[in-house]
Write a protein that binds this ligand. Sequence first.
Ligand SMILES: O=P(O)(O)OC[C@H]1O[C@@H](O)[C@H](O)[C@@H]1O
Length: 306
Amino acid sequence: MTMMLFPMLGNERMTNAIAERIGSAVGKLELRRFPDGESYIRLHSTVAGRAVAVVCTLAHPDDRFLQLLFTARLLRENGARSVHLVAPYLAYLRQDRRFNDGEALTSRQFAQLLSAEFDGLVTVDPHLHRYGNLQEVYSIETEALAASPLLAEWIRDHVEAPLIIGPDSESEQWAGAIAGHIGAPHVVFTKTRRGDRDVLIAASNLSAWKGRTPILVDDVISSGHTLANAAREIHEQGFPAPICLAVHGLFASDAEAMLRGLGCRLVTTDSIPHSSNAITLASILGDALAGQFAAIDAKGLRRTPK
Ligand SMILES: O=P(O)(O)OC[C@H]1O[C@@H](O)[C@H](O)[C@@H]1O
């Protein structure tokens, strides 16, 4: 099977690492903006008969989506055997229900848009809150990988006596898994969200864990208010500033400055390029993609160019 990977802008490092992991070629795609902001895209590689994947992390998806869609169609028009998407961070999962009348269910709509263009999707820790799994909204093959073993490994290598803390009930899945991997204690706080940047955290009593290094773990840091408020609660109980360990560091607006201002050390995976990246996902993404290529290859070409 001949495979080829294509990076969307800003995804070159991850693409090269995945390609190296699975022994794939990296194709040449010319991507630029015209002065009016429209996209110019030109394929310089031969993809006919090949299984191909586009690597595109989907932080700030509105800025990236059209180029991604144009690229997927271009690859298919040029005869790619199957077109996959590697999205280390998958967007539009947090609006997973209509919280108020008239709201767009963007998680479902986005899933439908991607499912129409790609044969397979590989991602890491998608924000599955009310959805049990991605197949509830995606109609293509999806692989949702867990970063918790890698986060646990990082803690084992860098922190002597950790206390794993989840900031809210949703984070129990990551906090519990990580703590289980390294045999560390974990506690989970409770959160009430009153707005995009307005969250209340109720902390549990941590006195039994004095002397341990607090590590806040979460899937996403967006506005940073969830972890900032949890960090304040931890500080109130006489602990040092926690390490904030997250899979996806979106760091919207002043999130990074706010967390660093509280003395927190920030550690994230490289799902979204950022100075806090310390854990690479290339190996798990590459292995899952290779598996998808093999499975789709066995089934044969699923779609024909329109
Ligand atoms: O508080 P910010 O950083 O904006 O949002 C991230 C939090 O919101 C939740 O959906 C995530 O699981 C995380 O706990």
